[in-house]
Design a protein around this ligand. Structure first.
Ligand code: SF4
Ligand code: SF4
Length: 343
């Protein structure tokens, strides 16, 4: 192992103009409060915050195992993650731009983890079933993150859990893309070449020297330039028509598509966490007719469209990430009528 890899590089600190972590209370306040009341979700949330959060910390074994190479260490990490139930795992080196404003982490590497949701629960969206499935996978992936962090500590390396739900220090999406888990879709979510976009993301941070992965380019971003299924079926009109060159580029070198969070969140908060853009995405085609566990499914999801609520524009600019304000001039209503006619 190279000496440079043995030396910890010090804390990773974001630039002062990094976006803030998502301010859930402010966003819900702007949307009129939390309105989704589902018993199964309340119980999963209780388990996450009361049972999983205390397990984020753990003791580190005194004897530190040094793997012969970073590749060997990465292989150990990936085998462990998959055995715990992750569907995808990749490794990248953290950059300051991967962190939210005001955070700092002592570790050099991020192990990005993903777990697929069951397409069968998204055959009609947004529904109680789709909402429960989202949180069920947050919980399962949380268990995987905790288990992997424990496995690293048992090897003598400290590890930090970045749970898929809640207050992470890092931005899960760009980290997962850097670690090769997939590409960024027009709908603002990761698309995995095999599992598609119905995926939740978490991570574990460590300073165990690891061989890193590279971003992939399998043509997903290029396909999005020709496909607009998610934009057509987004009930809130929150998905952009064009890439935004002022929003920087993704690891594949494409200008980013940036979703209008103000429009998305108000719909999300009132309609079972929405998620309609995920099952309609063409990269679910392998799930249409039969999902990954062999369960028979319908050919294309039913999108239960309701007129979009007023966008949430009340969160101060300084407390939110930058996003386009699509259709604030009133044409969103006309767009929505066209959607109804097109279906
Ligand atoms: S979650 Fe719903 S409102 Fe938000 S972008 Fe996706 S389809 Fe649109
Ligand atoms: S529905 Fe089409 S445009 Fe939207 S993310 Fe999927 S592939 Fe890209």
């Amino acid at each position: 192992m190279a000496e440079a890899d043995r030396q910890h590089q010090g804390p990773v600190v974001p630039p002062p103009d990094a976006p803030p972590a998502f301010q859930w209370p402010q966003w819900y306040q702007g949307a009129g409060g939390r309105q989704i009341a589902i018993g199964e979700i309340d119980e999963l949330m209780r388990q996450i915050f009361e049972e999983q959060v205390p397990l984020f910390q753990g003791s580190v074994a005194a004897a530190q195992h040094s793997f012969a190479t970073g590749a060997n260490a990465a292989s150990f990490v990936k085998r462990t993650a998959l055995s715990l139930g992750a569907h995808m795992v990749g490794i990248c080196e953290l950059a300051p731009s991967d962190l939210y404003r005001g955070r700092a982490v002592p570790h050099r590497y991020a192990i990005a983890l993903g777990k697929a949701m069951r397409y069968r629960e998204f055959q009609a969206v947004p529904t109680k079933d789709s909402a429960i499935e989202s949180v069920r996978i947050y919980h399962e992936l949380g268990e995987i993150c905790i288990g992997l962090a424990d496995a690293l500590r048992a090897e003598g390396w400290d590890a930090q859990v970045e749970h898929p739900l809640g207050d992470a220090d890092i931005m899960h999406l760009p980290v997962a893309i850097k670690a090769g888990l997939g590409e960024l879709g027009r709908h603002g979510s990761l698309i995995h070449p095999q599992f598609g976009p119905l995926v939740r993301l978490g991570a574990v941070l460590t300073s165990m020297p690891l061989q890193i992965d590279q971003p992939i380019d399998v043509g997903i971003g290029a396909f999005c330039d020709r496909c607009k299924a998610c934009r057509i079926f987004c009930p809130a009109g929150a998905i952009p028509d064009q890439r935004d060159p002022s929003a920087g580029t993704d690891p594949q070198g494409n200008a980013r598509y940036v979703v209008d969070t103000g429009r998305c969140f108000s719909y999300f908060a009132k309609h079972n966490y929405c998620s309609a853009c995920l099952p309609v995405c063409v990269y679910n085609h392998k799930q249409w007719a039969r999902d990954s566990l062999g369960h028979a499914t319908r050919g294309f999801p039913e999108v239960l469209m309701q007129p979009p609520p007023e966008p949430v524009d009340s969160v101060p600019v300084s407390d939110r990430h930058r996003y386009p304000r699509i259709g604030r001039d009133g044409d969103i209503e006309a767009t929505w009528r066209l959607k109804r006619r097109a279906r």
